[in-house]
Design a protein around this ligand. Structure first.
Ligand SMILES: Cc1ncc(COP(=O)(O)O)c(C=O)c1O
Length: 392
């Protein structure tokens, strides 16, 4: 029998779409994939070279479970330089993607029954990660522009609330939290003496002249109860390398290292050396990717708002847009009366051959997540197919 823990986890709501996608691809159908959550660019050459050189130099043995010291030092410097956050290398743990940083951070601080506030729409994995750690996810919807609703968060806080999870720039919405909201969040977290987990994995993907601010940098006392998660996947197009990191108070970093020591040991050794090259290589490669995403963002935002029944508010970051599609509900599309965003996503895939993720996967029915990790031509083709489907 499957354990109670695992049987309590939700199978990914994206699975059905993935299966249909695989079947269509196997049949040779040309599907426009607006569902991917990873940059479509290759990993920059200097990072690849550093990985290959590390292998050739025999950097193939175990390292400390928390990661090689030069990388932890480089991460501490990056946090100081980019985010105004002060960490020593002993507060840094290199992890197998940001995912492992998230899970181990939660395992390190959450006790059974502790409540964790998650703002919705939210990335698919957060609630299940909280459950793995024995915690109870408490969903709080965001307000207009997918910005945090501070009053609603205040109302959701109970004596059992241990931690609030923040993700800006956000997956799935693309929202970048405003300075005003971040200050309000920082004040609330400090006053209520909560822990905060700030997932900053999309920090480099911000457009329209906006910049990223780490909520933890706004009130120094937050650092005592802050878990900063970041990684290499999105900023450096390194999703398959599986490298991320946690910055935390030293006892928490030590606890996360103990967990990693038992479960995975170190992140693949040559990957760590490639990450060191990524951090040391300057932001030129990031800026080139950011320019591409920024141009696509403008295109997709305009096109989505032209679709009948779709409303896509302006957002500033990540590589996602999440239009409200409730305007399509009740209409008949390709012979189907649309009653949910999951159904609309299904019809879009089956009939127009465009893949997106329904908002249900992100605890946000009535929306669809569009990712723009494809060429501008593919974005135009995908949205034009949806336009024809809805119009015809
Ligand atoms: C919000 C968010 N956090 C964390 C991750 C995990 O990233 P990684 O590839 O570093 O494990 C993702 C990946 O999609 C994400 O969207």
């Amino acid at each position: 029998m499957i354990s109670k823990l695992v049987s309590g986890l939700n199978p990914s709501a994206t699975v059905e779409i993935q299966e249909t996608l695989a079947q269509l691809t196997a049949k040779g159908v040309d599907v426009v994939r607006l569902n991917a959550g990873e940059p479509d660019m290759p990993t920059p050459a200097h990072i690849v070279d550093a990985g290959i050189n590390a292998l050739r130099e025999g950097k193939t043995r175990y390292t400390p479970a928390a990661g090689i010291l030069p990388l932890r030092e480089a991460i501490a410097e990056k946090l100081e330089r980019d985010n105004g956050l002060h960490y020593e290398s002993s507060g840094i743990v290199v992890t197998t993607g940001a995912k492992q940083a998230l899970v181990n951070a939660l395992l390190a601080v959450i006790d059974p029954g502790d409540e964790v506030i998650i703002l919705t729409p939210a990335w698919v994995s957060y609630p299940d990660m909280v459950k793995i750690a024995g915690g109870v996810p408490v969903f709080v919807p965001t307000g207009p522009g997918y910005q945090p609703d501070i009053r609603a968060i205040e109302r959701a806080i109970t004596p059992k609330t241990k931690l609030i999870l923040i993700n800006s720039p956000n997956n799935p919405t693309g929202a970048v939290y405003t300075e005003e909201k971040l200050h309000a969040l920082a004040d609330l977290i400090a006053e209520r003496k909560l822990w905060v987990l700030s997932d900053e994995i999309y920090e480099k993907l911000i457009y329209k002249g906006k910049t990223h601010t780490s909520v933890v940098s706004l009130r120094p006392e937050l650092a005592e109860r802050a878990l900063i998660v970041n990684g290499f996947s999105k900023a450096f197009a390194m999703t398959g390398w599986r490298a991320g990191y946690l910055a935390a108070p030293k006892p928490i970093a030590k606890a996360a290292t103990i967990l990693a020591g038992h479960m995975t040991s170190n992140v693949t050794t040559f990957v760590q050396w490639a990450c060191l090259a990524a951090l040391g290589g300057g932001d030129t490669c990031i800026e080139a990717m950011r320019d591409v995403f920024a141009a696509r963002q403008t295109v997709i935002e305009g096109l989505l708002n032209e679709l009948p029944g779709f409303t896509a508010g302006p957002v500033d970051g990540a590589f996602y847009m999440m239009p409200d599609v409730t305007g399509v509900f009740g209409r008949t599309v390709a012979g189907v009366t649309i009653e949910s965003s999951a159904q609309l996503a299904h019809v879009m895939l089956e009939k127009a051959h465009v893949a997106v993720i329904p908002g249900e996967a992100f605890f946000s029915p009535g929306t669809l997540r569009f990712s723009y990790c494809v060429s501008e031509a593919d974005i135009r083709e995908g949205i034009s197919r949806i336009g024809q489907l809805l119009g015809g």
